[in-house]
Design a protein around this ligand. Structure first.
Ligand code: 5AD
Ligand code: SF4
Length: 440
């Protein structure tokens, strides 16, 4: 056994997918008797679960790994492990191995489930373990999980991506799309609902193409089958690719008393020329048509999105198309990004990279516009009473917080026993995006 108290600390970068994978790493560590701790200084094992979707995520991870050199000097028994998307890129594991000689274990996205075996080896010997698997394997079930996001629970439904958007590194580090069987998903959701989880978020790089590799399975049917599970819980999913967002899916959401009327539908850009270069396979008009179908069935549906500025060759006119789309789409929230060049992707080879200063100006304008839409949505909440799933306590504001079915965050004065409960909250004030309210 290790010197010290058998504690682990996991540092996660990136998306919900990674947060859930960190829950699997935590599960693997817990099953070996380790307990979580909040500070890296108290840990015997520190695991970095990295992301490489944009350069800044990579830089942050590398900076934080480098900063552990002193800690490792003070505590020779400390085990440092690095896994995730960053290490899965070609040649990166070797580069990290050479740059940071104090890393003990390096693993990738395709062998995350084997982290426990690597750790056992490390604990019984003393050699460094650098193990990356080139290709993805079949879907793995039964990895232990230590969940950290109650009352929400994440559930993988697909792994990998087949879309190859020209800017995106994900298909290269997460491999081809694989779906979990409907039975495994349904069993997991049933178990979570029985345990008291009140919100289930289905995860996949492109949930709409769920089941393409399983005869008889598809995403709308999965939504319907999960909705038949008894008990009160909210069903969410992310991420949807607009090209596969179908009317049948909208009907399944509409018919379900569990599925939230909110979808995350990344548009990326408003210019058809840029969308084609991105290999997104839809036009601005087709995207807006999909929103129209959704709002025809569910007029109040909330749509959030991802938007990128500064894709190679993006002109002012192209950017105006994005602005126009944002005005028309009336998103209830948008994650905005400056294009980041990812080695090995087609876009990295394109001529006409946009200067950083130009991208910055564009993103500022985009954010200002979306903020004004957000404020309008917030204003419409004033005086209304909404059902909120209480998620926890925010120490900084000294308030409890939760979301309504549209994903809108609301703060209110409450008590600890409300966490995980549905409560009625009357909105009494708005502060930009977030709302303040009183328990009814
Ligand atoms: N640069 C900037 N943003 C990116 N995204 C994906 N790849 C890149 C990149 N190379 C954004 C997309 C995607 C979100 C998860 O991250 O908007 O939807
Ligand atoms: Fe990346 Fe496109 Fe796949 Fe999303 S759909 S993970 S942006 S390649």
């Amino acid at each position: 056994m290790l010197n010290g108290n058998g504690k682990y600390h996991i540092i996660t970068y990136g998306c919900q997918m990674n947060l859930h994978e960190s829950e699997k790493l935590a599960g693997i560590l817990s099953s070996r008797g380790f307990a979580p701790c909040n500070e890296p200084e108290d840990a015997d094992i520190i695991v970095f679960n990295t992301c490489c979707i944009r350069e800044n995520a990579e830089k942050r991870a590398e900076g934080n790994i480098g900063a552990l050199k002193q800690l490792k000097k003070r505590n020779k028994n400390l085990i440092i492990a690095v896994g995730g998307c960053l290490t899965q890129q070609k040649g990166r594991a070797e580069a990290l191995r050479d740059k940071f000689p104090f890393i003990d274990i390096i693993f990738g996205t395709h062998n995350l489930e084997e982290f426990g075996t690597l750790l056992d080896k490390k604990l019984s010997g003393n050699e460094r373990l650098i193990e990356i698997r080139e290709k993805e394997g079949a879907v793995r079930e039964n990895t232990p999980k230590t969940r950290t996001s109650y009352p929400n629970a994440w559930v993988n439904i697909t792994y990998g991506c087949n879309n190859f958007c020209s800017y995106c590194i994900v298909p290269y580090v997460r491999g081809r799309e694989r779906s979990r069987s409907p039975e495994d998903i349904l069993n997991e959701v049933r178990g979570l609902v029985a345990e008291g989880y009140k919100e289930i978020t289905l995860l996949g790089q492109n949930v709409n193409s769920y089941g393409k590799d399983i005869p008889g399975a598809d995403f709308p049917s999965l939504i319907r089958r999960i909705s038949d599970i008894g008990g009160k819980f909210r069903l969410k999913f992310m991420t949807s690719h607009p090209k596969d967002f179908s009317e049948e899916l909208v009907r399944a959401i509409c018919d379900s008393d569990k599925a939230c009327p909110s979808v995350h539908l990344p548009v990326q850009a408003g210019s058809d020329r840029v969308l084609a270069l991105m290999n997104r396979k839809y036009t601005k008009e087709e995207y807006l048509d999909k929103l129209a179908v959704l709002r025809e069935y569910i007029p109040h549906a909330a749509v959030t999105t991802d938007i990128m500025v500064g894709f190679p060759t993006e002109t002012e006119d192209d950017f105006e198309e994005t602005i126009d789309l944002v005005k028309k789409a009336r998103f209830s929230g948008a994650f905005t990004f400056v294009y980041s060049k990812r080695k090995g992707t087609p876009a990295a080879e394109m001529q006409g990279q946009v200067p950083a200063a130009v991208s910055k100006k564009r993103i500022m304008r985009l954010i200002a516009l979306q903020n004004s839409v957000n404020r309008e949505y917030s204003k419409a909440y004033m005086g209304k009473t909404v059902e909120v799933l209480c998620e926890g306590y925010d120490a900084k504001r000294d308030k409890y917080l939760g979301r309504d079915i549209y994903g809108r965050m609301i703060y209110f004065t409450g008590t600890a026993d409300l966490v995980g409960e549905f409560v009625q909250v009357k909105v009494t004030a708005t502060g930009g995006i977030s709302l303040m309210g009183e328990l009814i």
